[in-house]
Design a protein around this ligand. Structure first.
Ligand code: DQA
Length: 147
């Protein structure tokens, strides 16, 4: 079982941004946490981050072409990128949206996700555990599809 974990803009600078909101760890710790959580669940994870919308769209196209499951934290693109949404719609395998923080408890512009309507589900507000919970949900989705 393999999944792509895609992270959007500014997430590589977690050690330098709003620790009270996102938690006190850096991006390398996020990668390690997700890799370990995947291993515990028997899911091979490939974790990527970009600040570039076009690159993220390219990775979504790749996931669609390879029929790969995706866990995506679109970061700020969540709130306005119809291009990311349109690329997510083309995915063939399950896709889960994750957020470290709970955007609904933050500024009003974060209350809209243009992505939520086209994913299997969204997990927000649990810090790094959002990714672990998403991996658990993904494992269940893939098991259901295999039956
Ligand atoms: C985020 C929430 C977004 O609103 C924000 O722009 C981010 C990170 C999260 O993981 O909590 O960059 O996606």
């Amino acid at each position: 079982m393999r999944a792509l974990i895609l992270n959007g803009p500014n997430l590589k600078r977690l050690d330098l941004r709003e620790k009270g909101i996102y938690g006190d760890f850096d991006y390398a710790a996020l990668e390690k946490f997700v890799t370990n959580a995947g291993q515990d669940l028997g899911i091979e994870t490939e974790i990527r981050q970009t600040d570039d919308e076009a690159e993220l769209i390219g990775w979504l196209h790749e996931a669609a072409d390879k029929k790969l499951p995706v866990i995506i934290n679109p970061a700020a693109f969540t709130h306005y990128s119809y291009a990311i949404r349109d690329a997510v719609v083309m995915l063939k395998a399950p896709v889960i949206e994750v957020h470290l923080s709970n955007p609904l408890s933050r500024e009003e512009f974060r209350h809209t996700s243009v992505v939520s309507g086209v994913v299997n589900g969204t997990i927000s507000g649990f810090g790094l555990n959002s990714y672990r919970l998403a991996l658990i949900a993904m494992k269940n989705l893939l098991a259901d599809l295999a039956n």
